[in-house]
Design a protein around this ligand. Structure first.
Ligand code: SF4
Length: 392
């Protein structure tokens, strides 16, 4: 974005206009929370997961609980030219001051409407100038005694100093990687440099957290857009594997492309939601199951939208059936229907007692999926009975 952190030059921003002052605070909160809806970090894409009665409240899930967050932009004024984004051609920019955001958030918080804040912004002039206003918002909240969750979007191209100060105040930070390849980002924006403005900043965040684990204690996440350019699932999964390895990313969010009227990409097709789901499943295999991208099955570069990627991968592996009484963890975890928790329980249980289909089921193994891939001495005919449901 704003390559190498320099001020935007593509548009002349008349900062004396202050169009926003003609709108009430409530109206501006409404506009800027609507503008924030396409950022997926920390909330479900399901529109029903939004509180329509109070502007800016979205729900996320945390450890099985539904958590309301106030999700808002500081401004929808942006000098970047992302071809999918309505803010890049915003004729009526709206802003909230750091004091206004803090006031609205604390009011929501005191009323118990929300449990946390998600704050992002368009880039009104210069990345660091925008970062300063984001940091100021967080500073006010912390000074007011708010000690809870804040997820802050780092502005691509911002300085290491501003990133570090933001991480001192935020619980989690993220920077949107947007595409799997530099060429993909070049297609979407002429103002963002993939290697410098995004990857270099992700690396800084990672290194700062390694040196100072107290900074942004909930870690770093990112968001990747699916279907805005012609990148394959294989491109995406390989990039996701790479950033997990390099930057210890806590979570990758996939945003299915949705064409917005009035943007250069308005006639491009919407991304298939099943494609997005399969990418989430593939990411989970990399981040929680220890798979490498090479183990997944791609056809012409794409995951099969009709098949769970773990099941598809298992059909190509020559390790099956695995003997659950003796197989190592990395083989057990590759069995469809067995997750990390049940794989650990299997290893723990087999050291003290015999495994049976009933015991496996009780520890959470989905027997109808696992049956063709496992061997359990003396129980093969029983396993086949468990698997019948899946095949019928
Ligand atoms: S940086 Fe790009 S995606 Fe973000 S608000 Fe500006 S134009 Fe939109």
């Amino acid at each position: 974005m704003v390559k190498s952190g320099s001020p935007c030059t593509g548009k002349i921003i008349n900062r004396s206009l202050h169009i926003y002052t003609s709108m009430s605070l409530g109206e501006r909160v409404q506009v800027l929370s609507d503008s924030a809806q396409f950022d997926l970090c920390d909330y479900s894409a399901d529109p029903s997961q939004r509180n329509t009665a109070v502007p800016g409240i979205y729900y996320t899930s945390y450890r099985g609980c539904r958590v309301p967050l106030f999700k808002v932009l500081l401004t929808n004024r942006c000098c970047n030219d992302c071809r999918y984004c309505i803010n890049s051609s915003c004729e009526m920019p709206v802003e909230l001051s750091p004091e206004e955001i803090a006031r609205v958030f604390l009011d929501y918080y005191e009323r118990r409407y929300v449990d946390g804040l998600f704050l992002s912004s368009g880039v009104s002039h210069d990345p660091d100038e925008t970062m300063e206003r984001l940091i100021e918002t967080l500073r006010i909240l912390r000074l007011e005694g708010y000690g809870g969750y804040i997820h802050l979007k780092i502005i691509p191209g911002s300085s290491m100093d501003s990133i570090k100060r933001a991480m001192e105040l935020a619980s989690r930070v993220s920077i949107n990687i947007e595409t799997a390849t530099p060429d993909g980002l070049d297609e979407l924006s002429s103002t963002k440099d993939y290697g410098v403005d995004i990857l270099r900043r992700m690396r800084w965040i990672h290194r700062l957290r390694k040196r100072h684990p107290e900074l942004a204690p909930s870690g770093q996440s990112t968001q990747l857009m699916v279907g805005a350019v012609d990148e394959t699932d294989e491109d995406i999964v390989k990039r996701v594997g790479w950033i997990h390895d390099r930057f210890s990313i806590k979570r990758v969010y996939f945003s299915g492309f949705q064409p917005m009227e009035g943007t250069p990409l308005e006639s491009r097709d919407e991304a298939d939601p099943m494609r997005v789901l399969r990418l989430y499943q593939a990411d989970s295999l990399l981040s929680s199951y220890g798979f490498s991208p090479d183990e997944l099955r791609f056809s012409g570069g794409y995951l099969d939208t009709d098949l769970d990627p773990k099941y598809a991968a298992a059909m190509d592996m020559d390790i099956f059936p695995v003997d659950l009484e003796s197989a190592p963890y990395h083989e057990i975890i590759r069995v469809p229907g067995i997750g990390p928790k049940s794989a650990r329980r299997i290893i723990e249980m087999r050291s003290r007692t015999r495994l049976t289909p009933e015991r496996l089921r009780k520890m959470g193994v989905r027997m109808n999926r696992a049956e063709p891939f496992i061997y359990l001495d003396g129980f093969q005919s029983t396993l086949a009975e468990w698997g019948k449901d899946r095949r019928e």
